[in-house]
Write a protein that binds this ligand. Structure first.
Ligand code: SF4
Ligand code: SF4
Length: 334
């Protein structure tokens, strides 16, 4: 059924791929989406990285390392960055920063990484981290990262992370932090014109999902369409794109970028797709990702969306137009 909705051209291009080499992490955050057992086990498999790099299409320019905690094993982190660079790509990393209390040592590790292809550095500032860096420690580590030549950012989810981000951005030492760009230019395109103001934009539930521009490879080689905290429930849905080893990265990405269902989810987001069916009410009261997974696991709803996109030529044209605009408004590593 999936294949029927394949375009004969790329609907969008993925410039960034997220890769979690291992789920191992030194923190014990209560809200972590990873099961405790997974965080304690080091499940790195070098064959996954080799398989990924072997057939990765040229348009993927950046591999963003996540986890778990990518700096948990710093020597291995440097080896991975170096392999990525040897294949002509840059690396990005998202870290909890706990390894960076000693700024002199952090400078040494980060300078080495920059020399072998690390370009982007983001600290996660969610306030549920345990233990967590305080504001001064975050500022110190970001300054070191910027000094050694990295492009830096703070990342987090939810209102408390946003409040912290605003507080830190006002700090004199961090005035140089670039502001993230959003999807503003999509807000008055096509059916988005009919959305109430509070439902527009990246934070509104009516918006699309830019996460789909950064598919993710898990430590075991599973290739998923997004890096949501709900990924473990995505098996067998549109978001589950196959296993590296059984299929190549080139093949998975080629089908992915032509898939009208993924294109629809990317351009509209799950809520707007369901609103088109009049089925939004059924799933009210859930977070966006929760709603998305529930919808994708409901075969009846999913079939109705597949039929809607398959039957409606003007909807497919709108998806194409929105994705063209979207790619112009997003910074590839946002
Ligand atoms: S730092 Fe991230 S991966 Fe580690 S325990 Fe916390 S939320 Fe989980
Ligand atoms: S809304 Fe859906 S596609 Fe987007 S991150 Fe959440 S689960 Fe993934």
């Amino acid at each position: 059924m999936h294949e029927v909705l394949s375009a004969d051209f790329d609907l969008f291009r993925c410039r960034v791929l997220v890769y979690a080499p291992s789920w191992r992490c030194d923190a014990h955050c209560v809200h972590c989406f990873l099961p405790r057992g997974a965080r304690l086990r080091d499940d790195y498999d070098p064959r996954v990285l080799r398989g990924l790099l072997k057939t990765l299409p040229d348009e993927v320019r950046v591999i963003s390392l996540t986890g778990g905690e990518p700096f948990f094993d710093q020597r291995r982190f440097l080896r991975i960055v170096s392999s990525i660079h040897a294949h002509g790509r840059y690396s990005a990393v998202v870290t909890n920063g706990l390894w960076g209390h000693d700024l002199r040592r952090a400078r040494k590790v980060l300078s080495s990484a920059v020399r072998i292809g690390l370009r982007y550095f983001a600290i996660s500032i969610d306030d549920f981290h345990a233990p967590a860096l305080d504001d001064l420690e975050i500022v110190g580590l970001l300054n070191v990262a910027r000094d050694v030549g990295l492009r830096v950012a703070m990342k987090g989810a939810g209102f408390s992370a946003r409040r912290r981000w605003q507080r830190l951005s006002r700090c004199a030492e961090l005035r140089w932090l670039p502001l993230r760009r959003g999807w503003e230019s999509l807000e008055n395109v096509g059916s988005a014109r009919r959305l109430r103001p509070e439902r527009k934009g990246m934070q509104g539930v009516g918006s699309g999902c830019a996460n789909l521009l950064r598919p993710m490879v898990l430590p075991g080689g599973e290739f998923l369409a997004c890096c949501s905290t709900r990924i473990f429930q995505a098996k067998g849905t549109w978001l589950d794109r196959g296993l590296l080893g059984e299929r190549t990265a080139a093949d998975i990405l080629e089908r992915y970028q032509k898939d009208f269902l993924i294109g629809g989810l990317l351009a509209f987001g799950p809520v707007t797709l369901l609103r088109r069916l009049g089925a939004e009410q059924k799933l009210r009261g859930r977070s966006k990702c929760e709603l998305c997974i529930t919808f994708l696991r409901d075969s009846r709803l999913r079939c109705r969306v597949e039929k809607l996109i398959g039957d409606d030529r003007s909807l497919r044209k709108e998806i194409v137009a929105r994705l063209l605009l979207l790619q112009d408004t997003l910074n590839p590593v946002d």
